[in-house]
Design a protein around this ligand. Structure first.
Ligand SMILES: NC(=O)c1ccc[n+]([C@@H]2O[C@H](COP(=O)([O-])OP(=O)(O)OC[C@H]3O[C@@H](n4cnc5c(N)ncnc54)[C@H](O)[C@@H]3O)[C@@H](O)[C@H]2O)c1
Length: 434
C-alpha cells in the first residue's frame, strides 16, 4: 500500500519506518526543512533505540522516503496519516488542534481517488468530525474516509511497541476504510494482535482514557510514597505487594518525581477540559493533574532538605534531564521544574544527561553541562538522580564520593538502596523509603 505520514516527529517517524518495514511504500512529510534534509542525509533527528537501523534498511530497500512537499505522495496514497503535534493550548489547557486542521486542509486539497485519512495524533473526541467537515468543505468531490487510529507507543521502546502492540484501535464504521486499515496492519493480524474496531469518537476517547488511567496510577503510588515517608513504610514493597494482585498489575507503580513527558501532562489536562465542557467532569483526573503539578515543584524541597536548608552558594549535580531514559525528549520533564527552583534559591547547577543535553541547553539557563556523571559531581554538595538512565545504576560510588564536596545523594528514582548508600558513607534521601 502507499502510505503518507504527515508529521515526522517521534510518532510519525517511528510509525512511518515500521509501516515501511511491514512492506508498504511510505513517504514521511514534514514542514521542518532541516529535519527532512537530515533524514535524506541518513541522520536521525531524534534519539530512539534501533531507529537508525530501521530507517537505513527501509530507505535502502526503496520503501521509505522523506519529503517536504506532500503533493505527489498524497495523490498516490491509499492512506494518509496525520501525526503532527497536539500540544496544550496556551492559557486554557485544551489540545491545540491548529496543526491537525492545517494538515487536514492541505491534504484535502491534494487527494486523488479513494483515500483513508487517518488521525494518529492524540486528538479530543469529535476532532474526526471536524476534520471530515474540513475535507468536505475543501473538496466536496473527494472520496475520503476519516479514521481515528491513536498511537500507544512509548518513547524509548517505540519500535517494539509499534510492532508488538498490546492492541490496535481503529475508529471507523466504514467497511472500505476498515479493509484498508486491516491491510496496513496485516502483519499484526497474522500475529493475532487484538485489533479493536470502534466508532471514531470511541477510538478518540480510548487514547485519552488510557493515558489518564496510567497518569492516575503513577500519581496514586506517588501519594502512597508520601504516606510511606510519613509513617515509616517502604513504597517499593507496597508496590510489589499490590502489583502482584492481577487486578492491579505491577506496571506504572514506580514512585518518583511525578509524571512528565510529551503526553501525560497535556493529555490529562485536555481530557479534563473536554469532560468539563461536555458536562461530565472527571474529578479523579482533575485531582491527578493538581497533585502531579504540586509534586514536581515539591521535589526541589527534598534537595533543599538534603542541603540542610541552605541552598545559596551550594553546588547541585543533576544526573538525568529527560523525562525518562532512552529518549532525548525534554518536554515537561521533571528536571525543568526542579532546576530553576534550585537556581532561584541560589544554587549552582551542574548537569549531565546521555541524550538530552542538546535540547536542555535551549530550555535551561546558567547550567554547567558536563561530559559525564563524575564530571557533573565535581565539587557538588549533593547529587540528584532525576532520570533513571541505566548508566547511573552502577556508578563507582567511591569515585563519586571522592570528587564531591559533601557525600549527599537525593535519589528521585530509587535506583540505589538506602542500606548500600549508608554503608558507603552517603547521606541519602529517596522516595517513599525509610
Ligand atoms: N511522543 C510520543 O511518545 C507519543 C505517543 C503517542 C501519541 N503521541 C501523539 O502523537 C502526536 C505527535 O507527537 P510527536 O511526539 O511525534 O510530536 P513531534 O512534535 O515530535 O512531531 C510533530 C511533527 O509534525 C510536524 N508538522 C507540524 N505540522 C505539520 C504540517 N502541516 N505538515 C507537515 N509536518 C507538520 C512538525 O514539524 C514535527 O516535526 C501528538 O498528538 C502526540 O500526543 C505521541
Amino acid at each position: 500500500m502507499n502510505v503518507v505520514m504527515v508529521g515526522t516527529g517521534y510518532v510519525g517517524l517511528v510509525s512511518g519506518a515500521c509501516f515501511s518495514d511491514f512492506g508498504h511504500r511510505v513517504t514521511c512529510i514534514d514542514k521542518d526543512v532541516s529535519k527532512i534534509e537530515r533524514l535524506k542525509r541518513g541522520e536521525i533527528p531524534i534519539f530512539e533505540p534501533g531507529l537508525d537501523q530501521l530507517v537505513a534498511t527501509n530507505v535502502r530497500e526503496g520503501r521509505l522516503f522523506f519529503e517536504t512537499d506532500p503533493r505527489a505522495a498524497v495523490r498516490d496514497a491509499d492512506a494518509v496519516f496525520i501525526a503532527v503535534g497536539t500540544p496544550s493550548r496556551r492559557g486554557d489547557g485544551h489540545a491545540d488542534l491548529s496543526f491537525v486542521y492545517a494538515a487536514a486542509e492541505e491534504i484535502a486539497g491534494l487527494i486523488d481517488g479513494f483515500t483513508v485519512l487517518v488521525t494518529k495524533s492524540t486528538v479530543p473526541v469529535g476532532t474526526g468530525d471536524e476534520i471530515e467537515a474540513i475535507v468536505r468543505r475543501v473538496r466536496p468531490d473527494a472520496e475520503v474516509e476519516v479514521v481515528s487510529n491513536p498511537e500507544f507507543l512509548r518513547e524509548g521502546a517505540a519500535i517494539n511497541d509499534f510492532k508488538r502492540p498490546d492492541r490496535v484501535v481503529v475508529g471507523t464504521e466504514d467497511e472500505r476504510a476498515r479493509e484498508v486499515m486491516r491491510e496496513l496492519y496485516r502483519p499484526l493480524f497474522l500475529n493475532e494482535t487484538p485489533i479493536l474496531f470502534t466508532s471514531r469518537r470511541t477510538s478518540e476517547l480510548i487514547k485519552y482514557a488510557a493515558n489518564a488511567f496510567l497518569a492516575m496510577k503513577i500519581t496514586f503510588i506517588n501519594e502512597m510514597a508520601d504516606l510511606c515517608e510519613a509513617v515509616g513504610a517502604d513504597v517499593q514493597q507496597v508496590s510489589r505487594g499490590i502489583g502482584l494482585d492481577n487486578r492491579i498489575g505491577a506496571k506504572f507503580l514506580h514512585a518518583g518525581p511525578g509524571y512528565g513527558g510529551s503526553c501525560f501532562p497535556k493529555d490529562t489536562l485536555a481530557l479534563v477540559r473536554t469532560a468539563a465542557d461536555s458536562g461530565a467532569p472527571t474529578r479523579l483526573i482533575e485531582t491527578t493533574v493538581q497533585v502531579n503539578d504540586a509534586r514536581k515543584r515539591r521535589m526541589a524541597d527534598k534537595v533543599v532538605a538534603a542541603l540542610g536548608g541552605e541552598v545559596a552558594g551550594k553546588t547541585v549535580a543533576v544526573l538525568g534531564l529527560t523525562f525518562k531514559p532512552n529518549t532525548d525528549d525534554m518536554r515537561d520533564a521533571p528536571s525543568l521544574a526542579i532546576i530553576p527552583r534550585l537556581q532561584a534559591l541560589g544554587a549552582q547547577v551542574r548537569a549531565y544527561d546521555p541524550e538530552g543535553m542538546g535540547e536542555a541547553r535551549r530550555l535551561l539557563q546558567d547550567v554547567a553541562f558536563t561530559s559525564g556523571p563524575y564530571d557533573a559531581a565535581e565539587g557538588a554538595d549533593v547529587v540528584v538522580f532525576v532520570t533513571e538512565w541505566d548508566q547511573f545504576r552502577a556508578l563507582d560510588l567511591d569515585r563519586l564520593k571522592l570528587v564531591m564536596r559533601k557525600p549527599a545523594i537525593v535519589d528521585l528514582r530509587n535506583i540505589y538502596r538506602p542500606s548500600e548508600m549508608a554503608a558507603r558513607g552517603f547521606a541519602y534521601a529517596s522516595i517513599g523509603r525509610p
